[in-house]
Every structure is written in structure tokens, then in C-alpha cells.
Design a protein around this ligand. Structure first.
Ligand SMILES: NC(=O)C1=CN([C@@H]2O[C@H](COP(=O)(O)OP(=O)(O)OC[C@H]3O[C@@H](n4cnc5c(N)ncnc54)[C@H](O)[C@@H]3O)[C@@H](O)[C@H]2O)C=CC1
Ligand SMILES: O=C([O-])CC(=O)C(=O)O
Length: 328
């Protein structure tokens, strides 16, 4: 018997990431090749954006995806989020050359109070929310705090792009296959302060840290390369990353919904106080996923260098949080 369709909201559906993600959701890459979907697409209530959204929907229709049972265009989150099981909050302003993501808070924060409130009012009580719009961690925090009737654990921020970037850099450095690298994580904020940590990583049981054995490379090449990759892409393309961001969002939701078979992935999730991160800070941590739930990997040792890195990214997040306190 075929599965009951699930409702997937995507905001910023006519934007760059929207264009790179919708076709993959509709083809079953996110939730499985046996899972029918209803797409509830949100764009700003502006003639040009709504017209562009209609164009994207025409293209989706022209793909004749067997799993796409319905799609809707919306200009109001209160209708777009009605009964949704999954919400990908992408719509917001991207940064341009020379900007930091935190500078986007001033223009983007209010989007996430409004959308948090709308999710609170009309979404499924089990909705899984992924915030992609930058600065993703703090926007996810804002959405969570604006939705007091939904469990806080339903709100997550995207660190998966940093995780995937780190995987590829380590594969290149060690000459090993990406698919064989396990137990990598990225702690903290989706910003240059994030701390990509391969101390626990293995390839076929062998320690990656021992294989690399180069702290100078770690501190002065690896971390800046991963941390500043978004800016490097903006510099090269003139636009911020879109296909790789869409890919990371697919990975994040796929793994949350369908599980990781014990493998570690990185998600930005509200802190439970462990690792000295104050409760509710939306922080990148290693998780495993099973039965539609994520579970933090507990009890990892934190050495002095790692603690310094974690303190730095935490301070930045706490400053961002303080900057939006007036909205909550
Ligand atoms: N967390 C991450 O790893 C990454 C995050 N991003 C962020 O994702 C966001 C979107 O990036 P792009 O798709 O490249 O931008 P874009 O400018 O191409 O598209 C954004 C779309 O969102 C729409 N939008 C704006 N406000 C909205 C609202 N309140 N409700 C619904 N739609 C709204 C716009 O009309 C536009 O069509 C940016 O904030 C960008 O910085 C980008 C890459 C990676
Ligand atoms: O850098 C940006 O502004 C877009 C982004 O978040 C990324 O590519 O990591």
C-alpha cells in the first residue's frame, strides 16, 4: 500500500536554493522514493516573486514526478504552514561580498519571529523545522522561541554544509573516500567561528587525526578553509552557495527523517546544557538519528584547543542572541 503523503513547506521557494532543492524533494531524494509529498511553497507577497514562483511550479509540473501529489503557492506563512510535517525555512536575504552572516540579523530576524509564530499556530505538532536562512543558528533560535507550543527539539539549524565541506577537505588531505570517513563533527555556529573537529574521525577504524598528525594544518589551513568557504564561493561566483546548500538541506532532513544507521552527522540543535553550552543555544553538535529523532553524541572529551574553539563560537552565538532579545 502506498504511503500517506506528507506536507513539506519550503520558504524562499523562488530563490536560488529553492530552485536547487524543490526538484530533489519532489523526486523523493529527501524523504524516500516511496514517500508522496505535498509542497506548500512560500514567497513574499510581491507580484514579481509570486510570478517567479509560478514559473518554478510550472517546471515542477513538467517533470511529472510520480511522488508529487499536490503543490500550492502561498504569500502568507499562516496558510503555507498549515498542517506541515516538514518546514524548510530558506527564504531570507543572502549576504554579498565583504559581509559577515551575522550582519544579516538586522534584515532577517523578523522573518523568523513571524514564521515561528505561524508554525506555532498551524503546523503539525510534530513538524520538523530546518532553518537555512542566515544567520541560521540564531534565526532557528528566534523561530523556536516564537513557537512556545511546539517542542523546542523540533527546531534545527543547518550545519550540514560545514560538515560536508569538512568531509571533502579531509578526504582530499588523507586520500581516503568521503564515504569511508566517520565520526566527524562541526561544533557551534554556522559562521567562520565554527569548529570542525576530526579528533574522533576514523576511516575503516583508523584514526584520521593520527593519519594527518599536523596541528599546524588543522589550525591554519583546515579550519579557515571550512570556516570561510561560504565567503570564498561568494567571491568566486558573485552569489552565495546554492546547490551545495540545497544538497546539505536534503541530507539534513533525509537523515533526521530516515535515520543514519549509527553514523554521526552534524545538526544545529537546541542545547540541553551538555558540553557547557547554555540551554537552548542553537549549537552544532554530533548526532545520530533513528526513528525520526536525533540524539546528541554524549560525553566526548574536549581538550584545551577544542575548548578554546568552542568558547569562541559560543560567545558569538550568545552575542547574536543578545542582539535579538528585544524581538522575543
Ligand atoms: N545555512 C547555510 O548553510 C546556508 C544558508 N544560506 C542562506 O539561505 C538564504 C537564502 O539564500 P538564496 O536562496 O541564495 O537567496 P535568494 O535571494 O536567491 O532567495 C531568497 C528567496 O527568499 C524569498 N524571501 C525573502 N523573504 C521571505 C519571506 N519572509 N518569506 C518567504 N520567502 C522570502 C525571496 O523573495 C527570495 O526569492 C540566505 O539567507 C543565505 O544566506 C545560503 C547558503 C548556505
Ligand atoms: O556564506 C554565505 O553567506 C552562504 C552560506 O551560508 C554558506 O555558503 O555557507
Amino acid at each position: 500500500m502506498s504511503k500517506k503523503p506528507v506536507r513539506v513547506a519550503v520558504t524562499g521557494a523562488a530563490g536560488q536554493i529553492g530552485y536547487a532543492i524543490l526538484f530533489r524533494i519532489a523526486s523523493g531524494e529527501m524523504l524516500g522514493k516511496d514517500q508522496p509529498v505535498i509542497l506548500q511553497l512560500l514567497e513574499i507577497p510581491d507580484e514579481k516573486a509570486q510570478k517567479a514562483l509560478k514559473g518554478v511550479m510550472m517546471e515542477l509540473q513538467d517533470c511529472a514526478f510520480p511522488l508529487l501529489v499536490e503543490m500550492q503557492a502561498h504569500g502568507d506563512p499562516m496558510t503555507a504552514f498549515k498542517d506541515v510535517d516538514y518546514a524548510l525555512l530558506i527564504g531570507s536575504r543572502p549576504r554579498g561580498p565583504g559581509m559577515e552572516r551575522a550582519e544579516l540579523l538586522a534584515v532577517n530576524a523578523q522573518i523568523f519571529t513571524a514564521q515561528g509564530k505561524a508554525l506555532n499556530a498551524v503546523a503539525s505538532r510534530n513538524v520538523k523545522v530546518l532553518v537555512v536562512g542566515n544567520p541560521a543558528n540564531t534565526n532557528a533560535y528566534i523561530a523556536m522561541k516564537s513557537a512556545p507550543d511546539l517542542p523546542g527539539k523540533n527546531f534545527t539549524a543547518m550545519l550540514r554544509l560545514d560538515h560536508n565541506r569538512a568531509l571533502s577537505q579531509i578526504a582530499a588531505k588523507t586520500g581516503k573516500a568521503v564515504a569511508d570517513i566517520e565520526k566527524l563533527t562541526v561544533w557551534g555556529n554556522h559562521s567562520p567561528t565554527m569548529y570542525a573537529d576530526y579528533r574522533f574521525a576514523t576511516v575503516n577504524g583508523e584514526s584520521v587525526a593520527k593519519m594527518i598528525n599536523d596541528q599546524e594544518w588543522n589550525a591554519n589551513v583546515f579550519l579557515p578553509t571550512v570556516g570561510k568557504r561560504g565567503a570564498a564561493i561568494i567571491e568566486a561566483r558573485g552569489l552565495s552557495s546554492a546547490a551545495s546548500a540545497a544538497n546539505a538541506a536534503i541530507d539534513h532532513m533525509h537523515d533526521w527523517a530516515l535515520g543514519t544507521n549509527g553514523k554521526w552527522v552534524t545538526m544545529g540543535i537546541p542545547s540541553d546544557g551538555s558540553y557547557g553550552i547554555p540551554k537552548d543555544v542553537m549549537f552544532g553538535v554530533p548526532v545520530t538519528c533513528e526513528n525520526g529523532e536525533y540524539k546528541r553524541v554524549e560525553g566526548l572529551p574536549i581538550d584545551a584547543f577544542s575548548q578554546q574553539c568552542i568558547d569562541k563560537t559560543l560567545k558569538e552565538l550568545l552575542d547574536e542572541q543578545a542582539g535579538v532579545a528585544h524581538l522575543l
